[in-house]
Design a binder for this molecule. Structure first.
Ligand code: IMP
Length: 427
């Protein structure tokens, strides 16, 4: 199975690393590739009881023998990159096998400045961004004012590009936000300081990955953020600024769609979301608090509490459709132990009309009220189960009911944070 995509089917933080771990038990994964987003992501990986968090780096950095690739679709903060690498090195991780695309865009410190002042300016309409400069870096890319990794190696080009990028921003910073203008020389100094360390990592990652696939190597594309945070298919404008759906893997890596064999959507057995924006099954009662507490629902990247709610099969069907999912990996089923009944959203009621599918407009989505079906719960601790048959009958039925509703077969289920705490439903 040479090219596999793993992506989030909800609003992120679904536990995508678990799907990677399970694949790694049967496949040798030669390359693990990030294709979108930046250091706004957060992957938690537990290796031999030790907890690691990656933000910009692919989780494959923790797998000896596999090459990690930050492909062209990613926005790279060199400062965040080296901070993350240093912290892994301190803990004894070998980070030598890392490749960064020459075409990836750079996040400089001014991008996070612009991110933060924009959010402040938006006030109650803010997106609730991570403040890491992701949106402003992608805006520069699309405005053709971006700086790419390759530009860092050409001093005169870099100066021209930084000047071009800061020209309008400085007017806006000074005249709209009443802030001090950013000095070109200070930015250049910052960026040049990364050049020597970065140079050996930089490559044509599209060529590298296509060659690897031609040679029959296994390439894992590791999604960041998630379907409902996708700039085209998510809950716009409360989204991130890149394409987190499966299509973004192709533009973000320079690997064509005909090369992709499998697209795995990772989905929690309930739902969470960070930041602002609509969330039909969100809970504001003791059930939400219990999910938050038992699920440990605190953002890996920002430490913000995640909003919690029941499973939403409308979103699962939507994610199946817009990503062309071949499999679902259902995570955190163990969190649902100890409910008499577990509600699952099967449709929305919008202004008196039942909708089985995602409504066409955002306005309708904002008005969506969940229509719940109550499934029988279970009380047993399932974190030690390693086969589907070992799950209590009601937990099995919960998984099978979700599969029926969600439009894609459930390949596997996660029952705890550890690498081994997964079980396969369908081979
Ligand atoms: P940005 O990506 O920092 O621009 O933030 C845009 C929205 O995406 C905010 O609601 C963030 O909370 C959300 N977001 C970005 N990255 C992640 C993630 O990895 N998990 C969950 N939410 C995220």
């Amino acid at each position: 199975m040479p090219a596999i995509v793993i992506l989030g089917a909800q609003w992120g933080d679904e536990g995508k690393g678990k799907a990677t771990d399970l694949l790694a038990t049967t496949e040798t994964i030669d390359y693990v590739v990030r294709t979108s987003g930046g250091h706004n992501a957060g992957h938690t990986i537990v290796v031999n009881g030790e907890k690691f968090a990656t933000h910009l780096l692919p989780s494959g950095i923790l797998t000896p023998g596999s090459t990690s690739v930050i492909a062209n679709g990613v926005v790279v903060s060199p400062e965040a990159l080296f901070r993350e690498l240093d912290s892994l090195v301190e803990r004894g991780v070998d980070v030598a096998n890392l490749v960064v695309s020459a075409n990836a865009h750079v996040i400089a410190s001014y991008h996070s400045t612009v991110d933060k002042v924009t959010e402040r300016f938006l006030g109650k309409n803010k997106i609730g961004t991570t403040g890491r400069g992701i949106g402003p870096a992608y805006a520069d890319k699309v405005n053709r004012l971006g700086i790419r990794i390759a530009d860092l190696f050409d001093e005169s080009i870099l100066r021209q590009k930084v000047e071009g990028s800061l020209d309008l921003k400085n007017h806006v910073l000074a005249k709209v936000y009443n802030r001090r203008a950013i000095e070109v020389d200070a930015v250049l100094e910052e960026l040049f300081s990364y050049v020597d360390r970065l140079r050996p990592m930089v490559a044509d990652s599209s060529l590298l990955l296509n060659t690897a696939l031609d040679e029959g190597k296994t390439v894992l594309f590791e999604g960041a953020q998630a379907t409902m945070l996708d700039v085209d298919h998510g809950t716009y404008p409360f989204v991130t600024s890149s394409n987190a759906v499966a299509g973004g893997v192709c533009t973000g890596s320079g690997v064509g769609p005909t090369k992709i064999d499998r697209v795995i959507g990772v989905i929690k057995a309930y739902t969470t979301r960070v930041g602002s924006g609509p969330f039909p099954t969100e809970l504001f009662d003791e059930n939400g608090e219990k999910l938050w507490k038992v699920g440990g629902e605190v953002g890996v990247s920002t430490g913000r509490d995640r909003r919690c709610g029941w499973y939403d099969a409308v979103i699962a069907r939507y994610a199946s459709r817009v990503n062309g999912l071949t499999d679902l990996f259902l995570t955190k089923l163990d969190v649902l132990s100890s409910w008499e009944k577990v509600p699952v959203c099967v449709a929305y009621e919008i202004d008196g009309v039942r909708h089985e599918e995602m409504p066409m407009t955002q306005t309708e989505f904002h008005h969506a009220k969940p229509v719940y079906e109550l499934l029988d719960g279970w009380w047993e601790d399932i974190s030690g189960c390693r086969t589907f048959a070992e799950l209590p009958k009601n937990a099995q039925n919960y998984v099978l009911a979700l599969e029926e509703m969600s439009g894609t077969r459930i390949w596997a289920v996660g029952v705890g944070p550890g690498r081994e705490q997964s079980l396969v439903v369908h081979d």
